[in-house]
Ligand binder design. Sequence first.
Ligand SMILES: [Zn+2]
Length: 132
Amino acid sequence: MIFKTKKLERSLVFLNETRDGIVSYSKINHPDEMILILKGHSKKGKMFVESLVVPPFHEAGPIFAGFPANQLPFDSDYIGMVHSHPVGTAEPSSEDLHNFFGLVSVTIKSPYDDEDIFAWDSTGNPIPILDE
Ligand SMILES: [Zn+2]
């Protein structure tokens, strides 16, 4: 028997205009950070964002957006989260990676256009974002 060690290629797809939702929610909250939970499913490494959830009890400010993960109701449909970087690059900070949640961390940098959205795995490696 042969065991395959091929690494699962990961990718992310935004469905149901969730990309537009992320863009407009980031613009509304500017210059503060925003944070949203990504709801969806994953199939063979391909992750599909189906809807966005405003986390309960979240705090946001110019340099911090977060929520206590232990306050989250258990929901297996949560695949990760997205937050904005009102200043600087879209690269995840060490704090972002430390607070990694789910399968994917999405960041969006100012001025919040479609091409300002990036996806990362738990080690900070980029995950390609595909069109539907
Ligand atoms: Zn960040």
